[in-house]
Design a protein around this ligand. Structure first.
Ligand SMILES: [Zn+2]
Length: 286
């Protein structure tokens, strides 16, 4: 996709499977399984979508997926499938090496979005995945991730972000910010208090990576549908309303981070109803 001077590509770090109850929270299974059938273990398929932005002399990533350092036992639990290649292999097929990436924007620091920020080197030591990059995250998100509570602890792993801070590669944002030309991180609390969406605009074309404001397209179509992981569900609800209106007004392209069938859509109003049209855009590697 082209948004002004930015070439925007989707890369799926891996396929994975999550409990359907986690993905749909309070929504009865009888309703959600019509959209995303669960397997015999009640797991539903998720993608782990990262965005690659190339333009203005920059190579930037939005989110880094699950990453490669998760122990095999955990990978089995999440049913991690990299048969189509992960983030790093896919960058290589595009002629890019990790040291070419100069910017990494972290929507939030949950393990399935920030796991690829760091890696284990050949000696098994923790290392930064993109050593020439400046990483960006909201300060609130970083503070929450460094001091998780009993409920959020399972989704935050210091190994994914502390090394960035220790090496002076992490910039903490205090609210909305233009990070690259026409690329803004915008605070959208709900999934977490410091969660941000990333908007790319050139004044005519508009794209928003809503990230876990709406993990799946169906979460954006149904305002009351949200993942059980959201720590502030009523903020998610209000922010979804705001972003639906914005997307309609700007005929924006919307990218959903975990949707395996409808990763890229465009919103419209048809007969007074909010409708998402699925676009053909898919992952470079999938
Ligand atoms: Zn998340």
């Amino acid at each position: 996709m082209q948004i002004g001077n930015w070439q925007v590509d989707l890369i799926n770090d891996c396929w994975l499977r999550l409990d359907g109850g986690g993905a749909f929270g309070l929504v009865p299974k009888a309703l959600w399984q019509k959209h995303l059938p669960a397997d015999e273990d009640n797991l539903v398929p998720f993608s782990s979508t990262c965005l690659l932005l190339r333009g203005y002399g920059h190579v930037a990533l939005i989110d880094t997926g699950l990453g490669y350092k998760m122990p095999p036992k955990m990978q089995n639990l999440w049913r991690v499938d990299r048969s189509a290649g992960g983030l790093i292999e896919t960058l290589q097929t595009l002629g890019l090496q990790p040291h070419d990436v100069d910017t990494v924007i972290c929507t939030h620091l949950h393990s399935d979005h920030a796991g690829g920020n760091t890696k284990l080197d050949e000696q098994g030591r923790l290392a930064v995945s993109f050593p020439n990059a400046t990483y960006f995250v909201q300060e609130r998100e970083y503070q929450d991730a460094m001091q998780p509570n009993e409920r959020t602890r399972a989704t935050y792993n210091e190994e994914n972000y502390r090394p960035l801070m220790d090496q002076g590669l992490l910039t903490l944002l205090d609210g909305d910010a233009e990070i690259l030309p026409g690329v803004e991180g915008i605070v959208t609390r709900g999934h977490t208090p410091g969660h941000m969406c990333v908007r790319i605009s050139d004044g005519e074309e508009h794209l928003v990576f809503v990230c876990d404001l709406a993990s799946l397209a169906v979460h954006f179509e149904n305002l009351a549908w949200m993942a059980a992981y959201d720590v502030e569900p009523l903020h998610s609800l209000e922010n979804k309303k705001t972003w639906r209106n914005w997307a309609i007004e700007h005929q924006a392209i919307i990218v959903f981070p975990h949707d395996v069938n409808r990763p890229v859509c465009r919103a419209s109003i048809q007969e007074d109803k909010f409708v998402l049209q699925t676009l053909n855009e898919r992952w470079v590697n999938g």
